[in-house]
Design a protein around this ligand. Structure first.
Ligand SMILES: *Cc1c(COP(=O)(O)O)cnc(C)c1O
Length: 428
């Protein structure tokens, strides 16, 4: 069920009219539905329970913080028992500030600095997902300086085609992410004898916005093959991290249901463990981002001007590429709905922002009935929306509001211009 729907001709988030939110908090504003977030997280948690994995030792959902890192979102998920997948020291500090458990944190990313490693080690995180031999060596050094052993997985690149946008496909051998499948064994062997490294797992993440789980199950088979080889050599693997990547519906997309995907994944894992490991369980980790938060948020914006030129109609709105970067960056398609349903004068519009770039568009060639001052909702904007926003054109970032039933909670204030240059200094 969508938590954004029309009631009496007005688009609501749960039981609250988006027009009321615009009146109270202004525009542009990101609006999240608490119920949608909880429902999307529960799809993972319930499937884990259904397949006999009720505790964090058996299965752990590590929500990908970079998809939406608002403290209220992280706190809500932490209270559901979620772990977190981070890609920077800053994201670790956010997780801690939101009440997340560092022992459920995994640290991904190709460029971890010494300082970030120190921070993560000092909080005893669950695992570093190591992405190169050079990183492994540095992590061993940093852990040694702190008198610790760093728990690691190697992020393996299974070389499967996720069949998604090239910018969000990460599992092919030409990508910068992970280590090549054929090199993984040698790196694991060297990791196993490093004094300040503890091999604990194996990891992959093959891409984002996957509609079909076939590439993920293909990646699983490659990981299983490698785990068996490693265990034959006496290198024990305690957890298998299959990454994130399940897609959402942007434009009549039909993503695989999370419960169905997890059912197939656990069935394969159980059959393999029964055949090769006397049924001994292995912990399974997930790193979902988009599938938890993507459809739980919209970007609310107001039409500033309508511009009718001979070739095109433009709706110039108060949100822009600095608020929602995905159309400019990936030519991503987001649904657009008017908050009031009753407009009469339908025309074909490009919905564009005020930023001085031709790439500043949010939607193209949409049939909309608009007037100045109308409110629009840009749909499916909960993931990679606010987190990718910038201050380009000295535009303060949007406010963020979380709706719970008929209540709205401001979870991030709108940025004011003076805050944007507060850290800058004139020459002496
Ligand atoms: C971005 C990212 C994710 C989340 O991907 P989604 O497609 O949003 O589920 C998971 N793992 C890693 C390593 C990532 O970089």
């Amino acid at each position: 069920m969508s938590h954004f729907s029309y009631r009496n001709g007005v688009l609501h988030a749960e039981s609250l009219a988006l027009s009321e939110i615009a009146q109270r908090f202004g525009t542009p504003t990101y609006v999240y539905s608490k119920a949608a977030l909880l429902e999307n997280f529960a799809a993972y948690a319930d499937a884990c329970k259904k397949h006999g994995r009720a505790t964090a030792e058996n299965a752990l959902v590590c929500y990908s913080v970079k998809s939406n890192s608002n403290l209220a979102v992280l706190n809500l998920l932490a209270k559901q028992g979620s772990g977190f997948d981070i890609v920077s020291g800053g994201e670790l500090l956010r997780v801690l500030a939101a009440g997340g458990d560092p022992r459920k944190v995994i640290f991904s990313g190709v460029g971890k600095s010494r300082e970030e490693m120190q921070l993560a080690l000092s909080h005893d995180i669950l695992c570093f997902n190591v992405e190169s031999a050079a990183e492994l060596k540095r992590l061993n050094d940093v852990a040694g300086e702190l008198g610790k052993r760093a728990p690691i997985s190697l992020r393996v690149n299974p070389n499967v085609d996720a069949k998604t946008h090239p910018y969000i496909s990460t599992g092919l051998k030409e990508n910068k992410f992970g280590v090549a499948f054929d090199e993984a064994l040698a790196i694991y062997r060297s990791a196993a004898i490093l004094p300040h490294i503890a091999v604990v797992g194996i990891d992959c993440h093959i891409g984002s916005q996957l509609l079909d789980d076939a590439p993920l199950l293909e990646a699983l088979d490659k990981l299983i093959e490698l785990i068996d080889t490693l265990e034959d050599e006496g290198i024990a693997i305690h957890h298998l991290d299959i990454g994130g990547g399940i897609g959402i519906n942007y434009n009549d997309d039909q993503p695989v249901a999370v419960g169905d995907y997890l059912g197939r994944l656990f069935a394969r894992i159980d059959a393999w463990r029964a055949a090769r490991h006397a049924g001994k369980a292995i912990a399974v980790l997930f790193e979902p981002g988009r599938s938890i938060v993507g459809n739980a948020g919209v970007l609310l914006t107001e039409v500033q001007y309508l511009k009718h030129s001979p070739d095109k109609n433009f709706a110039i709105v108060d949100a822009a590429m600095n608020d929602l970067m995905r159309p400019a960056m990936y030519e991503a398609w987001h649904g657009v709905q008017t908050v009031k349903q009753d407009g009469a004068d339908v025309r074909t519009y490009d919905v564009v922002g005020p930023v001085c770039e031709s790439g500043d568009w949010l939607a193209r060639a949409r049939e909309l009935a608009l007037a100045e001052g109308d409110l629009l909702a840009i749909l499916s904007a909960g993931a990679y929306g606010m987190t990718m926003s910038s201050n380009y054109n000295t535009r303060g970032r949007s406010a963020e509001v979380m709706v719970d039933g008929d209540q709205a909670h401001l979870v991030r204030e709108r940025e004011q211009a003076a805050q944007l240059f507060a850290l800058e200094k004139l020459l002496p």
